[in-house]
Ligand binder design. Structure first.
Ligand SMILES: NC(=O)c1ccc[n+]([C@@H]2O[C@H](COP(=O)([O-])OP(=O)(O)OC[C@H]3O[C@@H](n4cnc5c(N)ncnc54)[C@H](OP(=O)(O)O)[C@@H]3O)[C@@H](O)[C@H]2O)c1
Length: 240
């Protein structure tokens, strides 16, 4: 591992995406500030180059308190501590509050780049409808979560003139925990790609850190994926 290349603050660092981003960032020589709500629950996160701090992504003061110094922030938060919980207690404003707190807190502390992770359910299917509006493609009971995610994306989109250059990377298709890091990914637009799309958390992390290292998309959201048919060559270009 080389010398420090600056700092990245990861919100949701104890989660699946947060851990993958932290590992990818450390692998490329960045210092990581790992934000979790209760550091005592994550003793394993505190390795060389990773500082674990307490923070709440929905609280602007908390965001501003933990981000001083880093060059970029990553929003890898889901309002749950794991995937198995129900959606009955979901705050429909969760992702809106997170967007407001992040944009406000980062701007106040001079952090100019935010990479957020989106949800594939608000990409458009073959019939032009958001996937979440097709009960055949997306379970109705999870729709409130997709709506909450979409509200957060809309909040980011409303933020046009502020100092924070945000991008949302939306996994298109299955996001695979423990999946292999190929180091490659395709970038698409608002539509679900044709074919069997998937992405490992590790490759999502590659895309996240790429967008910090060499920002290519600004104040927009894109989809990120690989195709099962990909053979290992010709990946990494834009899929349209
Ligand atoms: N195919 C897809 O489109 C797809 C699939 C999966 C996930 N995703 C999205 O990817 C993102 C990351 O998901 P994931 O699978 O990594 O989630 P995860 O494993 O459930 O981790 C989410 C983390 O967020 C943290 N968190 C919750 N509330 C917080 C708050 N107020 N402040 C700070 N941290 C908080 C939790 O930690 P504590 O409880 O310890 O605070 C948890 O570790 C989410 O936006 C999710 O919806 C997309």
């Amino acid at each position: 591992m080389g010398g420090s290349r600056g700092g990245i603050v990861v919100f949701g660092a104890g989660g699946r995406a947060g851990r993958a981003v932290t590992a990818e960032a450390r692998g490329r020589g960045y210092e990581v500030t790992a934000v979790v709500r209760d550091p005592a629950r994550y003793p394993d996160l505190a390795v060389d180059g990773v500082t674990v701090v307490r923070g709440d992504v929905t609280d602007r003061g908390s965001v501003a308190g933990v981000v001083g110094g880093p060059v970029a922030a990553v929003h890898a938060v889901s309002p749950f501590s794991g995937p198995e919980q129900g959606f009955d207690t979901l705050d429909p404003e969760f992702f809106v509050k997170a967007a407001d707190a992040l944009l406000g807190g980062l701007a106040a502390t001079g952090v100019g780049r935010l990479v957020a992770i989106g949800l594939g359910a608000n990409l458009l299917g073959a019939d032009g409808r958001p996937v979440m509006d097709d009960p055949g493609a997306f379970p109705a009971e999870i729709r409130p979560f997709a709506l909450a995610h979409t509200a957060g994306l809309e909040r980011l989109r409303e933020y046009r003139a502020g100092a924070v250059d945000w991008v949302m990377l939306t996994p298109a298709g299955h996001l695979e925990h423990g999946g292999v890091r190929t180091g490659r990914y395709r970038v698409g637009g608002e539509r679900l790609p044709d074919g069997d799309a998937w992405l490992s958390y590790a490759d999502l992390a590659v895309a996240v850190v790429d967008e910090i290292e060499a920002p290519a998309r600004h104040r927009t959201r894109v989809s990120v994926f690989n195709l099962r048919t990909d053979t290992g060559s010709g990946l990494g270009g834009d899929a349209g």
